[in-house]
Design a protein around this ligand. Sequence first.
Ligand code: F6P
Ligand code: FE2
Length: 193
Amino acid sequence: MNPTAPRPAVVTDFSLTTGLSQSKKPLQRRMSAMVGMYADQEVERRLAEDDVLVYEFFDMGVPESTGEVAYGTSITYPGKVGDEYFMTKGHFHSVLDTAEIYYCLRGRGLMMMENPEGDVQWEELTPGKAVYVPGRYAHRSINTSPDEPLITFFAFPGHAGHDYGTIESKGFRKIVVERDGAPAVVDNPKWAR
Ligand SMILES: O=P(O)(O)OC[C@H]1O[C@](O)(CO)[C@@H](O)[C@@H]1O
Ligand SMILES: [Fe+2]
């Protein structure tokens, strides 16, 4: 690509109430794409048969290269697998030391983060709150509302890439479950060293 050639601005849209975009097609992840991610595999298998929509997100289509800013909206629907709240798959960035910013537009949830050295952090997501996920930290959005979607706007370096392998094989060290009607962060019984 000739760097001095004119480039069109990227213009997209999304709704603050649904997170959906009119101008882009969403990428959807249904329960069948989440098999093995939740602690209760029996309930997970049953929900995968109905292939419930767990989350969807919009990639606004900027080039995946250095200097670009990839951005979009992500909508995680309310629901639970047993007592574990619906969540995104979660990932490290392939270029590990690249950060990401999430801004909560609607709903209630948690951003779960952990680095390869085992430091674990989580932050509450509520409308108006921005969570900056530092480089080296895997991240996963979790919807803890009983009835509202969790909608975030996100942005990260275009060259970051997604590494799902580690999370698919090991999981996160902590999971978020409902205990006495409230979200609780507990050790992941399936976490593999
Ligand atoms: O990539 P996952 O873990 O399936 O989660 C999807 C979310 O993460 C992102 O990849 C951004 O990190 C978004 O595209 C989307 O919000
Ligand atoms: Fe990311």
